[in-house]
Design a binder for this molecule. Structure first.
Ligand SMILES: [Zn+2]
Length: 70
């Protein structure tokens, strides 16, 4: 129902990792968020995807739990 306050949880999958930056992708239908997580710190959102979903995921000890407002 529209206006549901229960947060969707989306799982991010690491698709690329060059040792410094990790590309994380959400495979949820109608989302498709993509972002780059930098081990040095920082985050770049490539595709916003479903803005209201909570995205969790990680790679090699780098974890992320965001409600990114970027
Ligand atoms: Zn998503």
């Amino acid at each position: 129902m529209f206006g549901d306050l229960v947060e969707a949880i989306h799982q991010l999958t690491a698709e690329a990792d060059n040792g410094d930056e990790i590309v994380l992708v959400c495979h949820e239908p109608d989302c498709g968020r993509r972002l780059v997580l930098k081990r040095s710190g920082g985050l770049v959102v490539l595709d916003r995807g479903d803005f209201f979903a909570r995205h969790v995921g990680g790679s090699d000890g780098v974890t992320i739990s965001t409600a990114i407002a970027a």
